[in-house]
Design a protein around this ligand. Structure first.
Ligand code: CO
Length: 638
């Protein structure tokens, strides 16, 4: 044991996820510091990200630095403190106080703000006006406040409570919105600062339940499907490291992003070739498109204002993955720094996804077909009314896909009798689902055959007339994106646009740079105006692709502290420098938007909507990497 490995850690790799004991040790080091006071709350507890240079080429057994980053909220003056505690030396190595920012909303604040609202006399009077007196039937969702030049947003740490009323305990709260009303709570004092009570809508009378205790109409004829893997799955897990079908990677976790995919390699003919250094969902924003005062301010930044890891599901309950499952546990810390275990937060399994390739020689009836499998690494989080499943797929043919599954319940609004609205979809008497969008920004720290990469945009063009005697010709026009501002791009399905990430060092058999291409799926742009609050606060949404040179301080597309922030931070700010991005260590930020004009079928729980993008080998291999997939054994004929 060297000095660096002594101390409070038994980690065996710099990227290993923090253990519960390590998080607790980090918290204990901070609590023992003379600067720590009883007025301080723990906003987040995370692994101090190790330097990329210390990870690439890391040799097992070599000592390394291990530290815990914590964000504290100081209720004494509303300031934020960024602290780092070394697990090697038990010393606090960073203690920076920051004024004028708001860390993400802490889980404890969800419940505290709801209680504060229920107990407030003014709120009870507002409910009485609506004929509601039983406070036990009231539910409050604490929405992040955003920034609309309201003095309360600038001077206080707040949430905007939106209110629902149950008809009976455990029923679907979203069936009964108390629209026209929002309650602003000071999270430092847990006092109601203001009640914006604009309009009394009738409370919808209809129930619309999803819990099985209320639903007795179950279809018949669903016979069992069992996924049988008699020899077990084809992957092996060692700590956080997964090896499967020539792929290998490390699972990471932060309270902000939830699942992180680290150091993805593909072993090609015995040679380990890097593809991706780090990938995660780095921000998401859900802007609402309804002009009413209550709805217009719904603009949740679910990563930066809440934290997907903080809201991750324990997959112990329910049946989220099918087959031979390997679960990884996670944990979070509450405001007091106490560890809360999250058993089975990450699901790892493999899936059959149909055929990989097939050819029939119709003359000889020689047939070859291969089935394709993928490794799935996923987690699911619940952000108030909505669920997001984040899935990373690794295919035997060298593809990587990221899919987000959106489900959960619409956050609803109220209507007067017989009213309709063009800013949403009427779901029943006195209730509608407002129009909104979901934007996801995935940070892709690429490493295609080395850390030095370039990004090339490919558009398919009609050939010029002098080369096109038959009028049929077209070709791929390739444009190297040389600077950050050149690399602020949008999709163009009409030119089949995609982006290649190519190695600066390695060539394939034809002499071209080895590369992966980023293929867009469903996408859209925001409809918010240039002078809207959300345009400033989530500027990243206005491009589908951003490329930056790697900088260890740049992780968050809308800034490190988007909660109540006026805007401008993150990608729009960094890329003003217009740094060169050619033949360098590049980070891609792919933004995909889902346009949600609710339909009746989304109610009461939305069947999954899928949105995805793919990283596909493009001259990375010299031939199809799927030719060596073994033929599968017989098929069952009914
Ligand atoms: Co939606």
């Amino acid at each position: 044991m060297t000095d660096l490995q002594a101390g409070l850690t038994s980690a065996t790799h710099p990227l290993e996820r923090l253990s519960e004991a390590e998080s607790a040790a980090g918290v204990a080091i901070v609590k023992a510091d003379s600067r720590f006071t009883a007025k301080m709350r723990f906003g987040s507890v995370n692994l101090h990200t190790p330097l990329k240079s210390s990870v690439i080429g890391y040799q097992a057994g070599t000592p390394f630095e291990r530290a815990v980053d914590m964000v504290l909220l100081d209720l004494a003056d509303g300031s934020t403190v960024e602290v780092t505690a070394s697990l090697n030396t038990s010393a606090v190595t960073q203690w920076d106080r920051i004024v004028g920012v708001q860390p993400s909303i802490i889980l404890d604040e969800f419940f505290e703000s709801e209680a504060a609202i229920r107990n407030d006399a003014g709120f009870q009077a507002a409910m009485a006006k609506r004929g509601i007196t039983d406070m036990d039937l009231i539910t409050v969702d604490p929405w992040s406040a955003g920034h609309y030049n309201d003095p309360l947003e600038i001077n206080n740490r707040i949430v905007r409570g939106l209110v629902w009323v149950h008809d009976k305990p455990g029923d679907n709260q979203y069936a009964r919105p108390i629209d026209g009303l929002s309650v602003i709570v000071d999270l430092a004092t847990q006092k109601v600062l203001r009640i914006d009570d604009e309009r009394v809508y009738p409370v919808p009378a209809e129930s619309s339940d999803w819990s099985r205790k209320f639903v007795d109409n179950v279809r018949s004829g669903v016979k069992p499907i069992e996924i049988v893997q008699p020899e077990g799955p084809s992957f092996t897990v060692t700590g956080d490291h997964i090896a499967w079908q020539k792929w290998d990677l490390r699972v990471g976790w932060t309270t902000r992003e939830g699942l992180v995919i680290n150091t993805v390699n593909y072993t090609d003919d015995g040679e380990v070739r890097p593809v991706l250094y780090r990938a995660s969902l780095a921000e998401m924003t859900v802007p609402y498109g309804d002009p009413s005062n209550t709805q217009a301010r719904k603009n949740a930044f679910d990563v930066g204002e809440y934290g997907l890891g903080m809201l991750a599901n324990s997959l112990k309950l329910g049946c989220d993955c099918l087959g031979e499952i390997y679960y990884m546990d996670a944990h979070i810390c509450d405001a007091a720094g106490e560890v809360i275990p999250l058993p089975q937060a990450i699901c790892i399994h493999e899936e059959d996804t149909g055929i990989s390739w097939k050819h029939t020689n119709f003359r000889t009836e020689d047939v070859e077909v291969r089935r394709l499998r993928r490794l799935v690494v996923s987690f699911i989080c619940t952000v108030g009314n909505y669920e997001y499943g984040i899935y990373w797929y690794f295919y035997q043919d060298g593809r990587i896909e990221n899919e987000i599954k959106l489900t959960g319940i619409l956050t609803t609004g109220g209507l007067f009798d017989g009213d309709k609205t063009k800013y949403g979809t009427v779901l029943g008497p006195n209730i509608y689902g407002p129009n909104h969008q979901h934007f996801f920004c995935t940070r892709l720290d690429m490493q295609v055959d080395g850390t030095s990469n370039s990004v090339v945009e490919v558009n398919t063009r009609q050939a010029p007339a002098d080369e096109n005697p038959w009028g049929n010709a077209f070709y791929a026009e390739q444009t190297v994106l040389k600077t950050e501002q050149e690399a602020q791009r949008r999709i163009d399905p009409m030119t089949g646009r995609f982006w290649k990430i190519q190695s600066s060092e390695r060539k394939n058999a034809t002499g071209a740079a080895t590369s992966y291409k980023l293929i867009a799926g469903e996408n859209i742009l925001p409809f918010a105006t240039e002078d809207s609050s959300i345009r400033a606060r989530a500027g990243y949404m206005w491009n589908h692709l951003w490329v930056t040179p790697y900088d260890p301080d740049e992780y968050w597309p809308a800034g490190k502290y988007p909660n109540q922030h006026a805007g401008g931070a993150g990608l729009p700010e960094w890329t003003k420098a217009n740094r060169p991005i050619e033949n360098t260590d590049v980070v891609l930020w792919y933004v995909m938007g889902h346009n949600h004009l609710p339909s009746l079928e989304d109610w009461p729980v939305m069947p999954v909507a899928n949105i995805s993008f793919t990283l596909k080998p493009s001259g990375f291999f010299d031939r199809s990497p799927a030719m060596d997939i073994p033929a599968s054994s017989g098929c069952k004929v009914v």
